[in-house]
Design a protein around this ligand. Structure first.
Ligand code: GSH
Length: 206
């Protein structure tokens, strides 16, 4: 696949925080040549947003990618697009599997939105999210991941929602408290051992 340029904000000065990282992890895993451009969510963004909308990114949101002179937006659609371009590398093998992947990916949007608003609103809401929101989503995903033997949602084959779920566990600081969620723990442990992911994660701790 051609080189991809990924655009996303640098959130709270932490390289991996929020949506862009889902795509970054996929690009790393697939060993696709890429550049990651970080923007700042400040007054300069308002002008950029107008420009992006004029260029056809009508939602005016990040992340987006540029590839072969074309721009594509929205996290999950971008991940699906990359997977399709790679011969459905990160999709299922039939309609029913793909419906399951759609479903899991859709719930990750709910999880992200719940976490985002708690994070933006106040410390009190964040506390409430940690007590109520996080366990609610962990329980839902534990159910999905218990259907197959794992470690991934489709069993041995990784697919795009696995990246989303792993990254939410990280963003929501749940990676070290998965004792009651053995299938999610299995996912997280296997995910970080994927050779390209392992190499990439090592660069973050340098
Ligand atoms: N569900 C969308 C959410 C996109 C979104 O709301 N992005 C936020 C950053 S997390 C954004 O661009 N905010 C700036 C704005 O709306 O002007 C996706 O996954 O792409």
């Amino acid at each position: 696949m051609e080189k991809i340029t990924l655009y996303y904000f640098l959130v709270k000065n932490k390289a991996t925080l929020a949506l862009g990282e889902n795509i970054k992890l996929l690009l790393e895993d697939a060993a696709i040549e890429h550049e990651y451009v970080r923007l700042t969510l400040d007054e300069t963004w308002d002008n950029k947003k107008v420009q992006f909308i004029e260029e056809g990114l009508y939602s005016g949101t990040l992340p987006y990618i540029e590839v072969g002179g074309k721009k594509f937006g929205r996290t999950i659609p971008i991940m699906r697009y990359i997977s399709v371009k790679l011969g459905n590398k990160y999709h299922g093998t039939n309609d029913e599997e793909n419906q399951l992947l759609d479903c899991v990916a859709d719930i990750t949007n709910d999880w992200f939105e719940s976490m985002k608003w708690a994070f933006i609103d106040s410390d009190k809401n964040m506390e409430n999210h940690a007590k109520v929101g996080t366990p609610k989503f962990l329980t839902i995903f534990e159910r999905y991941y218990s259907v197959q033997k794992g470690p991934y949602i489709l069993g041995n084959k990784i697919s795009y929602p696995d990246f989303l779920v792993y990254h939410l566990l990280d963003d929501d600081k749940a990676l070290n408290s998965l004792a009651n969620y053995p299938n999610l723990q299995n996912l997280a442990q296997s995910f970080v051992e994927r050779p390209n992911i392992k190499k990439y994660l090592a660069t973050l701790s340098q």
